[in-house]
Ligand binder design. Structure first.
Ligand code: FMN
Length: 351
């Protein structure tokens, strides 16, 4: 089966594969530009993109703003006419400023999850940037689309469903994840498709629905498309590419991981995340790290109460200090056997 292009209004990606946003420093301009150039949609993560800037410690917000602008420009140069998006977490401090930064630098699409991006439509109004909420449950889909309809008289340009097998922070509680292990997830996908259809009818426009979380090969992609989805979001496979912006030792953690090494962790902001069970993960279950510096990354984090600083732990991962870091991954990371190029991966997934 050949894959159909993914159309989002006037934008069209030749291959219906979105590379999921990965913070901190895992999907920046290197990876996003390469994926967009190959015909997919590349996403830059707006989670502390300035961590390599010389003034990051003293001037965190300005360093991030500057780096996000410059990664968008670089990705655009590589991607030529390809589609570049930005992933901005709703819980991020300075959320509005990062959205405006993305819009000013001509991001084609803003993806926003880890909470409900209620005011996102007003932040992009009158610009060419499209908006896509990332949701995990039918309830979240209903709430966000209803809010946007009622308060902003508009709807989503695309909806991304992030399922329970995804990497990074998950939008589920431990109990929900347990329940989904038995029941599977397809019922929820179909319910979300129905909800989105209501708004497609009301606004007389196609709203592509994308699924991410555990999608590994072309067979998986075909399966999800057969359910009525318009494309897939994949992240874990893209970590194992030469163009991925993380350190080589981060990528090698995936190549070496065994199935039993993939675990769930509770992050400092009380969200469940999926990561590789390394010495750091084992250590923070029992000991608190001394948090001496706050990067003001998330709105509801209190440095006095947390077992470790998530920004510091993720920066160590991106830099390659993998035994002392939080190495996020999707549930299928153990199936990764080698590092390849984005070109070869896109070919394998689409041909
Ligand atoms: C290393 C890593 C970091 C991630 N960071 C983020 C993030 O900052 N924000 C976000 O919305 N999703 C994040 N994700 C989730 C991905 O964007 C994607 O939706 C999901 O991992 C897809 O599942 P897969 O990894 O099985 O392909 C991350 C995933 C990984 C593997």
């Amino acid at each position: 089966m050949s894959l159909l292009p993914l159309r989002i209004g006037n934008l069209a990606a030749r291959i219906p594969i979105i590379q999921g946003g990965m913070g901190i420093g895992v999907s920046l301009s290197g990876l996003a530009g390469a994926v967009a150039k190959e015909g997919g949609i590349g996403i830059i993560s707006a989670a502390q993109p300035g961590f390599q800037e010389p003034d990051f410690l003293t001037n965190t917000f300005e360093a991030n703003y500057r780096a996000l602008s410059s990664h968008l420009k670089k990705a655009r140069e590589t991607a030529r006419n390809g589609i570049i998006g930005v992933n901005i977490m709703c819980r991020a401090n300075h959320y509005e400023e990062y959205v405006r930064c993305a819009v000013r630098n001509c991001a084609d699409i803003i993806f926003s999850g880890a909470g409900l991006p209620i005011d996102l439509p007003s932040l992009v109004k009158g610009t060419a940037s499209k908006i896509a909420p990332i949701i995990g449950t039918p309830k979240a889909a209903r709430v966000i689309l209803k809010m946007w309809d009622r308060h902003h008289h508009c709807t989503a340009d695309m909806v991304v469903i992030e399922g329970p097998k995804a990497g990074g922070h998950l939008g589920y509680t431990q109990d929900q994840l347990e329940a989904l292990k038995d029941s599977g997830y397809e019922k929820q996908i179909l319910e979300i498709l129905d909800i989105v259809h209501e708004y497609e009818k009301k606004y007389e426009k196609k709203i592509p629905v994308i699924f991410g979380g555990g999608v590994f090969d072309k067979k998986d992609i075909e399966h999800y498309l057969s359910l009525g989805l318009s494309g897939v979001q994949m992240a874990t496979r893209f970590v194992a590419t030469r163009e991925c912006d993380a350190a080589e030792s981060f990528k090698q953690m995936y190549v070496k991981a065994r199935e039993e090494d993939i675990t769930l962790v509770e992050s400092p902001v009380h969200m469940i995340g999926r990561a590789i069970n390394n010495p750091f993960v084992k250590q923070v279950k029992n000991f608190r790290e001394d948090v001496t510096q706050c990067f003001h990354c998330l709105r509801d984090c209190n440095p006095k109460e947390i077992p470790y600083c998530i920004t510091a732990a993720l920066i160590r991962a991106a830099r390659g200090d993998v035994d002392h870091a939080l190495v996020f991954c999707g549930s299928n990371a153990w199936r990764v056997k080698e590092i390849t190029s984005v070109h070869n991966l896109m070919k394998e997934l689409s041909e």
